[in-house]
Design a protein. Structure first.
Length: 110
């Protein structure tokens, strides 16, 4: 089993085996990263990686997971972005049972 040297933000350089490291690659844009849990402090560490690094890790036996970008990124959006004031208004409506009931009735076409 290969030994992999990685860097923990808390502990510095740590030595791991291929069983301690995982690779994740996005199938939509080939963006890759590797992740591990530091053997010293147990902190989860995720680091972006170039294709060359990903290839080396995979060749040494590290497990690869793939993922896709959320479909919502490809949706067409219209209207203005939500503002901080919109969020405050929404929060106030959620705390007002009467206004919430009216909004729910309106959504359900009652």
């Amino acid at each position: 089993m290969a030994t992999i040297r990685a860097s923990c933000p808390t502990c510095g350089d740590v030595e791991l085996t291929t069983a301690h490291v995982r690779v994740r690659v996005c199938v939509d844009d080939d963006r890759g990263e590797y992740l591990f849990r530091c053997l010293i402090c147990r902190m989860a560490v995720v680091k972006g990686a170039e294709a060359r690094t990903i290839d080396l890790l995979v060749a040494s036996g590290v497990t690869v997971d793939t993922w896709s970008l959320p479909a919502e990124l490809h949706e067409q959006h219209s209207g203005n972005p939500i503002t901080h004031d919109d969020l405050l208004d929404f929060h106030a409506l959620l705390e007002d049972d009467y206004s919430l009931a009216l909004a729910m009735d309106s959504m359900l076409g009652r």
